[in-house]
Design a protein around this ligand. Structure first.
Ligand SMILES: [Zn+2]
Length: 67
């Protein structure tokens, strides 16, 4: 399993979680995650209604990274 930990700042990209063009964020391998989603993921608790959505979004991202 190849593990890539490249993180670089880029000016604007499509967030892999909210699928919106955002000016700020970072890359997890090939996937861009915006500041807002990162913040939300850090704060989201399992009892929040958003949690399921984030977990499934992240699962898709991790599945992509692990291929
Ligand atoms: Zn986002």
């Amino acid at each position: 399993m190849e593990r890539r930990t490249v993180m670089r700042i880029k000016l604007g990209d499509y967030c892999g979680v909210c699928e919106t063009l955002k000016p700020k964020g970072y890359h997890l391998g090939e996937v861009f995650i915006c500041e807002g989603c990162e913040d939300k993921m850090v704060r989201t608790e399992p009892e929040d209604s958003d949690y399921e959505q984030y977990v499934s979004s992240l699962k898709g991202i991790w599945d992509g990274l692990m291929k």
